[in-house]
Design a binder for this molecule. Structure first.
Ligand SMILES: Cc1ncc(COP(=O)(O)O)c(C=O)c1O
Length: 399
């Protein structure tokens, strides 16, 4: 997902000579001032998984993966793992002493459960990833896990608020993990949900620590400046640049410890960090149904304008799905990103970097996905006009 270093930003001075675009479409949702409205801690948001008793909030999803490995006692064991993955979840498994056994994912980002079954010798867990909010066939995953007599670890880092019809993603696994900051404008946040008897063991996990406040504040301020730019265009862009430069100076001088989100590497030093109080506050100010509705609307607007030239690699947007982005395949990602950025459209180079644990050529469809998939934004901050702007820029690019 969004790695700051991977995002090409207008504000960073790319294409310095070109005139600044009139419209800026950020690749991630942003924080609005009203989201800091104080609400009592008891006003828990009524959407899955937040209404679930015992949900354990973490700084990142990777920390929840770390907890899951411990709860499921997977150290020293083999886990069936899709060959298409971000990298940090795999690093977490490896750091915890797990041996991944990779299976095929097809060109539509669907797990191949027949291939998984063929590779399933001495397996202690089935790991499933829902890509970009699109559900995997959880019936097939569960059937395989039952045949093997092992639990399912459901990775919903890219699928918060998404459903397969009526059933929320994250409700299928024995243990499920979520990333909050990929879908919501919280400065940090992940979560762990545990079902059945295992839930009692959650109390045995180490206590979570509060993350450093300056780090959380700097992420939140960055997101609010991005919001200002989205709403006010050029004025916001200049303000954001000025404040950001001043902020960098302060951060350097004050030696502020920044725990970055969206990074590719697992760091044991951060593994006990919980979610910040500011993230809890922002979370209490979210309209979940509205977020899903806007993401779906924006996705459909893109789809309507792009299906003939750039259909999404994932296929149909089924009822209930909350898309994280519109996954489009392009031949030259770097040049497409730069050209879209010159029109104010920020995109993300989705999972280009291949972890050496999966050699090139072993899963050709995954190699192609890594080389070609670009994230087009559909998030809740985009108006219909923004979504149409994104689509028309992509059409122009592909002409
Ligand atoms: C599938 C998947 N799982 C887990 C993670 C870890 O998420 P986080 O950055 O919150 O640790 C990511 C991150 O992108 C991911 O894509």
């Amino acid at each position: 997902m969004a790695n700051t270093a991977q995002r090409l930003r207008v504000a960073d001075g790319q294409g310095e000579k070109a005139p600044a675009p009139k419209r800026t479409v950020p690749c991630m949702q942003t924080a609005w001032p009203h989201m800091l409205f104080p609400r009592p801690a008891a006003s828990v948001p009524l959407a899955f998984p937040f209404e679930q008793p015992g949900l354990r909030y973490r700084y990142f999803a990777r920390n929840a993966v770390w907890d899951a490995i411990r709860l499921l006692d997977l150290k020293g064991k083999r886990v069936l793992m899709p060959s298409y993955f971000h990298g940090v979840e795999l690093e977490t498994l490896l750091a915890a002493g797990v041996t991944p056994v990779f299976f095929r994912v097809d060109e539509q980002m669907k797990c191949d459960w027949d291939d998984a079954r063929e590779k399933a010798q001495d397996i202690a867990c089935v790991y499933v990833i829902h890509y970009a909010g699109f559900p995997q066939d959880m019936g097939a995953a569960r059937q395989l896990a039952n045949e093997l007599g092992v639990p399912v670890l459901e990775d919903c880092a890219l699928a918060l608020l998404s459903r397969d019809g009526e059933k929320p993603l994250g409700s299928f696994g024995d243990v499920s993990v979520f990333c909050l900051y990929k879908t919501l404008p919280v400065p940090n946040g992940g979560a762990l949900l545990v079902k059945g008897d295992l839930a009692r063991k959650v109390a045995e996990l180490p206590l979570v620590q509060q993350p450093p406040f300056p780090s959380t504040a700097s992420h939140l301020i960055g997101s609010m400046l991005s919001n200002l730019e989205l709403r006010t265009g050029e004025v916001g862009r200049r303000t954001r640049r000025a404040i950001r430069d001043a902020g960098r100076w302060v951060v350097n001088r004050a030696n502020v410890e920044r725990v970055s989100t969206g990074t590719q590497h697992f760091n044991l030093d951060d593994v006990n960090l919980g979610m910040s109080a500011l993230s809890h506050l922002v979370l209490r100010n979210q309209d979940f149904a509205g977020i899903v509705e806007k993401r779906r609307r924006n996705y459909f607007l893109l789809y309507a304008m792009l299906r003939d030239v750039a259909p999404p690699v994932t296929g149909e947007l089924a009822p209930g799905v909350c898309p994280l982005f519109y996954p489009v395949a392009v031949d030259d990602k770097a040049s497409a990103m730069a050209r879209l950025l010159s029109r104010g459209v920020e995109t993300v180079d989705f999972w280009r970097v291949r972890h050496p644990a999966v050699p090139m050529g072993l899963f050709p469809e995954v190699d192609r996905l890594r080389a070609r998939v670009l994230e087009l934004p559909v998030h809740q901050d985009l108006s219909p006009a923004d979504a149409e702007h994104v689509a028309s820029c992509v059409r122009e690019l592909l002409k």
